[in-house]
Design a protein around this ligand. Structure first.
Ligand code: SF4
Ligand code: SF4
Length: 504
């Protein structure tokens, strides 16, 4: 019997997963156009490698930058680049940025992909480079670059790989669908990751209310050589699928504040990411598609679709029979951690696990907020041991120093505090706003530091030049001061030479 641990806080939620999970997985139709935002992590934009009018192939790299934090972007089908232009982004900020728009030509002509016959013959660094070039980022929602995440560094000793199949947020069933349909890709990806990390142990955590996925994984485990991999059902408590929470449940270890899992010997990857790694290494395929759950009372036929990255949401909704009235809100992600979208013309990105067209009774946090009664329910529910009410007070007062004292950056925005708050205060909204302000202040501080460093460097250079000039002047003066003595010595030598008797 596998020993499980528990984390503090968390909530039991109605899962609402049946509507999308009972329909079989479908491949989404080829979209008319695909949209690829160029914005990457750290505010850096990838550089477009294609121009309007140019034809591209499926799997071709269309944009990249030099940072390991931003893997390249690939076209998901063949077509012609329509434009490189500003478009709204599927992001809570609602801002626009440069995007590449490709008109699909319907031929779906692919670039050449070349896989590796035996990945064990490649060094871990070579495999990481292939993973980066395949454009792989975490598919659990955070989209962190995978090649970076599986490079814990020499100073950290990793002994356990955790695969996260604990899809705990209501409505979302894309990982469930992946595990039921492609358990070989997930377990195959786990083997490659174990080779890269040089670990003997992999724990695949999966919520106990996903029996078909568990059965599919176990059947595949019996078929293949998956020694070292354990499939571990975990209790269905939200947010067990949070990285730190799942690590605690499976190993009893706690990731320290401001630390990363590798600090305690663990690397954690989403099951979808493991499958993407398998396809990239074994078949040479870049990450150009993913499974997306399209669901909610506002969708006529909820289901999971294997969709190409860059597909406009409207096309996926259309394939699910369209909207059913009344749709209260269109959400990217689940009801707890997702965010509202202004339009369905936005594309799905690699991080998009769910499109939720929520009916009126499905929208969480839509009630009239009332004053905080200091009941402490939010603190009891917080899985990270934070004090949400304190964060709320200081966040509302723009007291950024105090929100940092209360560890705001540790907040995983799980929404448990929102869910239990009897005053219906949209706490996470305040936390997101406070995080943006902290990030903005940090950017300004870095800018000011940079300006100060430049000013100080300029002052130091001027001071140095002044000292050098003074030294040159001093030497010159010393020479001039010595000039009469030198002249005297020269005169003396000349006179001496004149008095000498010439030798015959
Ligand atoms: S749950 Fe709501 S009302 Fe209660 S302390 Fe937290 S913020 Fe205040
Ligand atoms: S949203 Fe943040 S503060 Fe609220 S329960 Fe989750 S981790 Fe705690």
């Amino acid at each position: 019997m596998f020993k499980l641990w528990s984390f503090t806080g968390g909530v039991h939620l109605d899962t609402h997963k049946e509507s999308s999970s009972r329909a079989p997985l479908q491949t989404a139709r080829l979209p008319k156009a695909l949209i690829y935002p160029l914005q990457g992590r750290g505010g850096l934009n990838a550089k477009p490698l294609v121009e309007p009018g140019e034809r591209v192939l499926k799997g071709q790299i269309i944009a990249r930058d030099d940072s390991p934090m931003n893997p390249p972007i690939h076209a998901a089908t063949s077509g012609v680049v329509r434009a490189v232009e500003e478009r709204p982004l599927p992001h809570p900020s609602g801002l626009s940025d440069l995007c590449i728009v490709i008109d699909a030509d319907g031929e779906d002509e692919s670039a050449e992909f070349e896989g590796v016959a035996d990945y064990r013959k490649l060094k871990p660094q070579e495999l990481r480079e292939r993973i980066h070039e395949a454009g792989i980022v975490g598919l659990g929602g955070a989209a962190f670059p995978t090649a970076v995440k599986i490079s814990p560094g020499e100073c950290r000793e990793v002994d356990t790989l955790i695969l996260n199949g604990a899809e705990c947020e209501p409505y979302i069933t894309c990982d469930d669908s992946l595990l039921r349909n492609f358990p070989d890709e997930v377990l195959g990806g786990a083997k490659i990751l174990m080779h890269i990390l040089r670990v003997e142990r992999c724990l695949l955590g999966i919520e106990s209310d996903m029996p078909e996925a568990i059965a599919a994984l176990e059947a595949e485990w019996q078929r293949g050589d998956y020694c070292g991999i354990e499939i571990v059902p975990v209790p269905a408590v939200y947010p067990t699928g949070g990285e730190k929470q799942l690590i605690k449940v499976l190993t009893g270890r706690e990731v320290p504040a401001k630390g990363i899992p590798a600090d305690i010997g663990v690397v954690c990857q989403n099951v979808g990411t493991a499958a993407a790694i398998y396809k990239a290494i074994v078949r040479g395929e870049p990450l150009i598609s993913r499974i997306v759950t399209v669901t909610g009372l506002g969708i006529r036929q909820p289901q999971n679709l294997l969709a190409r990255i860059g597909t406009p949401i409207a096309e996926l909704v259309e394939q699910c029979g369209g909207y059913t009235p009344p749709v209260q809100r269109l959400i990217l992600g689940g009801p707890m951690m997702g965010f509202a979208l202004p339009t369905d013309e936005l594309p799905i990105l690699k991080s998009a696990n769910c499109v939720l067209a929520a009916g009126p009774q499905e929208v969480i946090g839509d009630k009239q907020a009332m004053p905080c009664i200091r009941c402490g329910e939010c603190a009891n529910a917080c899985p990270v041991n934070l004090l949400p009410q304190q964060l709320y007070w200081y966040g509302r007062a723009d007291n950024l120093e105090r929100v940092l004292d209360y560890n705001l950056p540790d907040c995983i925005e799980c929404g448990c505090c929102d869910y239990v708050c009897p005053s219906h205060i949209p706490l996470v909204q305040y936390f997101r706003a406070a995080k943006s302000k902290v990030a903005e202040k940090e950017r300004e501080r870095r800018k000011a530091d940079h300006a100060r460093e430049r000013f100080e460097a300029r002052q130091a250079r001027k001071e140095r030049e002044k000292l050098e000039k003074a030294e040159i002047a001093r030497r010159k003066k010393a020479m001039l001061d010595k000039a009469p003595e030198i002249q005297q010595a020269m005169d003396k030598a000349k006179a001496l030479k004149a008095t000498e008797v010439p030798q015959i």
